[in-house]
Design a protein around this ligand. Sequence first.
Ligand code: CIR
Length: 288
Amino acid sequence: MKRHRRQAGLCWNRKCDPGIYNRKFVPEKMIGDIETVFTHAIVRTPGRNFDRGITTSGLGPPDYTLMVKQHRAYVNTLEFLGLKVIMLDAESDFPDAYFVEDTAVVTPEVAVITRPGAVSRQGEENSIAAVLSSYRTMERIRAPGTVDGGDVLMVGNRFFIGVSDRTNPEGAEQLSAILKQYGHEPVRISVSAGLHLKSSLNVVGENTLLLTPDFNGLAVLKHFEKIVLDDAESYAANTLLLNDHLIMPKGFPDTRRKLEKLGRPLIALDVSEVQKMDGGLTCLSIRF
Ligand code: CIR
């Protein structure tokens, strides 16, 4: 996989709120040799109708003003980490469209536009394709295949693809074939718990995964170091490793202690309103 080296100190946003970070940003220490540096992110403003999105959380009605504030803090964090953020407008027909991650899988070589698994979300991908076509060769998942980007975890050249209620075997097959064409190694995992694969499994270090107990013991993960979450903190599995920093949801002290041992700068963001809509930190952006 292609690696990019960021020019130290040139691209972080000094205007963002430093209060949300627990360490000072040290550009020259930021990029480990083994890690991809992401330079761009696509995000979408949550619409006023975001509370009409799909949810099973049972956490009560979300608050729009708080959601916008939390989303802004998320965008500030991406900018702080050096990413150029491409901000799209809300889509009135698609209340879940700010969960942009589900609409594309982007590798250094190709953008695969998905066909989201929830019928109410099919069509969100069109405006994302228009943006990504300026940056990558384009491929598409076609009917009857469905794929949600939340089911796809990139670990270097390897792509774990969750087969879930949203990503069907046909979609996983199409995505695997495309990824192989571009030299990547797809590995399928059956998603036995949680909405998406990345609701339960994420990469937090070169060879280290953060995962819920449900996914511990999978043979395809046996070569990785693992941090297994306490059941009560399973939501924190959706932690995002981005440009050498870990972005985790606020309010999960046991997970925080475990992640601190990795020695990476840790940023905890309040995403209470996102959680109410079954989403998490990874879902809110497409990073490339
Ligand atoms: C949905 O059910 O599709 C949205 N309410 C939440 C999507 C979250 N996306 C993600 O985890 N990648």
